[in-house]
Design a protein around this ligand. Structure first.
Ligand SMILES: [Zn+2]
Length: 249
């Protein structure tokens, strides 16, 4: 709001600008596909293992890979294998190593006749949301221009929260993913294991109860370290009410 000065302003302020900046139109490949494909991405055991190992090795750093795709009779995409190019890795950024990448790509992709099947680019957002960043979206444009058909971008967090998007020249769609090996192993575990729900939700509280059933002093100490480790200021202990014997196992 303008402040009244008591003077009459003689200066006219015009807001007309001849060269108004028009908003950039959204390119077709970033619009949702009108008729999405009924398909998903199945990650083979080999690819899953390599991705898991890479995540573990990279830890807090992002890591990237190229993925070799094929399609099964149902038209589902299978991620057969992943290859790791020479790369520079940081906590919230990953890029190919400029000087080494072209030679690597020639030797591992072009020479082996994999140019047409390398239609997936994957990378991690180790401990943050897996939505594509502006840079990630810019990369899609580059890849699509090269392939001219379709391209899959897969972003995984270290706890395996995936974002998987299929981009075509006509539009994009989210893809569900299925991990071959995880699916098999989880099926077995579901049969043989019985997980106590409270341990999943309140594991740390239960641990306190189990480890230190009676000694209030130890509760305080444990509570202090627990709070400190998760970045919470320790609250005033109220253990006499909270940690009664009925709370312990
Ligand atoms: Zn990213």
């Amino acid at each position: 709001m303008a402040r009244k000065t008591g003077r009459t302003s003689t200066v006219k302020i015009t807001t007309k600008t001849k060269n108004k900046v028009k908003p950039t139109p959204i390119p077709d490949y970033l619009k949702p596909l009108k008729n999405p494909y009924k398909t998903k991405l199945i990650i083979s055991s080999k690819a899953e293992l390599k991705i898991r190992i890479a995540m573990e090795y990279a830890k807090w750093n992002e890591v990237m890979w190229f993925g070799e795709l094929k399609r099964n009779k149902k038209g589902e995409f299978i991620l057969k294998d992943v290859l790791f190019p020479p790369q520079e890795n940081e906590g919230a950024f990953v890029t190919t190593k400029d000087d080494k990448f072209p030679k690597w790509f020639h030797n591992h992709v072009v020479k082996k006749g994999k140019s047409k099947t390398m239609r997936l680019h994957g990378h991690t957002h180790p401990y943050f949301t897996t939505n594509p960043s502006a840079i990630d979206i810019a990369h899609v444009a580059t890849y699509l221009q090269e392939t001219k058909t379709f391209f899959i971008q897969l972003i995984m967090s270290n706890s395996f929260e995936p974002t998987c998007i299929l981009y075509t020249m006509d539009g994009k769609q989210d893809l569900k993913i299925e991990m071959e090996q995880s699916k098999k192993v989880k099926k077995v575990l579901e049969k043989v294991m019985h997980k106590e729900e409270s341990w999943i939700k309140y594991g740390h509280q239960q641990t306190r109860g189990l480890l230190y059933p009676d000694e209030d002093d130890v509760y305080d100490e444990y509570s202090y370290y627990w709070n400190r480790s998760v970045g919470v200021k320790p609250s005033t202990p109220n253990h006499k009410n909270r940690y009664t014997k009925s709370n312990t196992i």
